[in-house]
Design a protein around this ligand. Structure first.
Ligand code: AOF
Ligand code: ZN
Length: 342
């Protein structure tokens, strides 16, 4: 299973909303083949491993270790559980059940009905955290990320963009963007920072959906850098729009966007993970709504004082008692704190 998990990781960044899955075929104490899910829409890990056998008949009487319950549905590919039965696999060791209601135990039922011995370990070492969370909680897993000064400010003055952290912290925050399917910021951050909100340094196969919470979509400056990059945009506006929007821009209207409503909309779109990048009101709103699972905070060795905005504007401190520090590391001059909700 350890080898199957290692293989699953090879698909990182390429499977989009599909899970990372790895598989290993073993017979007579020997590993005969390994496989993994390479790309969104491509062949599943089990089929990849079968293809990698020297001879297809080698599958007869073999054991398959697979990190996720084999699927039972005709999706973009035919059901893996049936293929395993046909191939003559005699035992399947599964890392975890598939929480996707399309499968959810039906794959295991196909295997056992065909007389295959099935063992479920219930352990995958945190693989597919967002995928599992999404199907269990019916909303995306939210990570809140911000950088702040030693005196807890996100900028030197409310209306200016301040570069707080160094290159290492920047590279780290790019990794965060790459591992989320959507990124959200507020109008103030949009105006002050004029961000691209794309993933730089490495070009991902799937760009996260860029979401801006605005008062009036029709007052947004279309010359902003956001509209120059190709990645899709979702504007959440409080006012109705009259504008004709270019392809790739979607506008939704609600008089008051609450974090839970935003998450429901994203869940309907099948988005499993969201990175909230601020500013200080949005950070407070998401924490107060009790929907933030991970917190990533970069602290830069600078004191702003004066009129800078606080990192979290207006949330009572007791809510943070639910979070546990899981990692703290130095990134050159900056310190990165990672907290998770219990
Ligand atoms: C994968 N890769 O290796 C396995 C998956 O849309 P489809 O047909 O690719 O099906 C996606 C679903 O198939 C996924 O949500 C999960 O339930 C199941 N298993 N998916 O992408 C794999 N084994
Ligand atoms: Zn499958």
């Amino acid at each position: 299973m350890q080898l199957a998990l290692q293989n699953a990781q090879k698909g990182t960044g390429s499977t989009w909303t599909n899970p990372l899955v790895g598989a290993v075929i073993v017979k007579d104490q020997k590993v005969l083949a390994t496989g993994y899910h390479h790309h969104f829409g491509g062949r599943h890990a089990e089929i990849d491993a079968l293809k990698n056998l020297a001879k297809s008949t080698d599958a007869q009487g073999a054991t398959m270790y697979v990190t996720l319950e084999p699927c039972s549905h005709f999706g973009k590919t035919p059901p893996c559980a049936r293929t395993l039965v046909k191939a003559g696999i005699s035992r399947v060791v599964i890392g975890q059940r598939d929480p996707n209601p399309l499968v959810a135990g039906k794959g295991i039922a196909i295997l056992t009905a065909a007389g295959i011995a099935v063992q479920i370990l219930g352990q995958t070492g945190g693989l597919n955290a967002a995928y599992n969370f999404f199907y269990e909680q019916h909303r995306p897993l939210v990570t809140l990320k911000y950088a702040m000064s030693l005196d807890g400010k996100i900028n030197a003055n409310a209306g200016v963009r301040s570069i707080l952290t160094g290159e290492k912290a920047y590279a780290d925050s790019q990794l965060l963007r790459r591992s989320n399917q959507a990124i959200l910021i507020g109008e103030h951050t949009f105006k002050v920072d004029d961000p691209l909100l794309t993933v730089r340094q490495t070009v991902p196969e799937f760009e996260p959906l860029r979401i801006i919470l605005v008062n009036d979509a029709d007052e947004i400056d279309l010359r902003a850098r956001l509209f120059k990059a190709k990645a899709p945009i979702l504007l959440l506006s409080r006012r109705q729009t009259q504008r004709k929007w270019p392809a790739g821009v979607e506008v939704h209207t609600k008089s008051d966007w609450k974090p839970k409503q935003i998450l429901n909309l994203l869940a309907d779109k099948g988005i499993q993970s969201l990175l909230v990048e601020g500013g200080s009101r949005i950070q407070a709103d998401f924490i107060a709504a009790d929907v933030v699972e991970h917190l990533v905070v970069y602290v830069a060795p600078v004191i702003y004082g004066g009129g800078g905005l606080p990192a979290v504007f207006g949330t009572s401190a007791h809510r943070l008692a639910q979070y546990q520090l899981v990692d703290r590391k130095q990134l050159a001059q900056d310190t990165r704190f990672e907290l998770r909700r219990n």
